[in-house]
Design a protein around this ligand. Sequence first.
Ligand SMILES: [Zn+2]
Length: 373
Amino acid sequence: MGVVLDKQWGRYPESIVQLSKNEEDRAMGLHEKSIIFDLHMHSIILPASQDDFPAWFSSYRPPMGLEGMKKGGITAMFDGFSSISQFHTKWDFDGVIREIGLRLCDIDHTYDKVIRGLRAEDASTAKQTGKTALYPFIENTGQIGYDLDKIDFLYGMGVRGMTLAYNRRNQIASGRTDKVDAGLSDFGLEVVERMNQVGMIIDSSHASAKSGIEAAEASKDPIIHSHGGALGVYPTSKRMAPDEEIRAIAAKGGLIGIHTGPNAIANTTKQTIDDVMNHLDYIAKLVGVDYVCMGTDNFFGDKNSLHEYAIRESPGAGIGKYLKFNASHLEGFENPSEWPNITRALVKRGYSDQDIQKIVGLNTLRVVKQVVG
Ligand SMILES: [Zn+2]
């Protein structure tokens, strides 16, 4: 596509979470043997320059950070496939399926490194074969219009999870950045029921808090808040989950995934993996370690650059309502190749081996088994 891609890592000096020799051995042993399952990230690489964003978007098939995923020891992820659709074609259904089809084509042509994640067992297969399983995920549900069968259609194309709304209100749910939170619509309740029937995971992360609570109550299966954090830790952000939403999701056996993007979970000028752990600790204390995991929402390239471009070119996406650019990057998790730092940070915070294995992957695997099968 004639686009110069950014480096997968090395834009900033690597920052390794410092541990004693024994702790480091324990952390790396755990990281290597565990299933590392990210509840929400993006496997893609951004262009090095904003000038190349139009061509990158128009291709509908951003290349994957294969070496970075390997370096991070990532077994599986829900891969947000809608990076193009959300900013470029503004959730047009044809744009969504074009992106899914082209991304799956590229995954199938890279079979020696990545596989499609369609069922829980694919994560285990990826672990055994040293590959990464990518579970297709869409950050909106509005693209189905009022046609419930399009949920089945998207499932047939491999999609295993969808967010009810992307920041602003749609026909299904209020958005996270709406000024009025009206929760789910009547049609939204039908969407919850159909997603349950087909076995697709329901996500509240960009939908409103009330939508998350109502979806958790209406759903027969666990639901997720795939990438975010706790409003109790970062009370001035419109993007975070309040305690009531976290409790409702946990009560249904669901999960809150912790974000690692710069400026998403803190607004200080220097942000580190400690900010990530502060959200994780808060949620673990509020509802228990079984209901928290990592939904890093990370990708390869300069996150601020993409979001600046998105705020300029697609203001309706609502990102400008919660994202400021105070920090250049999040130290210790600048990109997904730094995933081992999560395991190190959990050791440093005193979590047991069993709890660490749940947080880095087994909790997500449990929900996939329960909802998708
Ligand atoms: Zn998102």
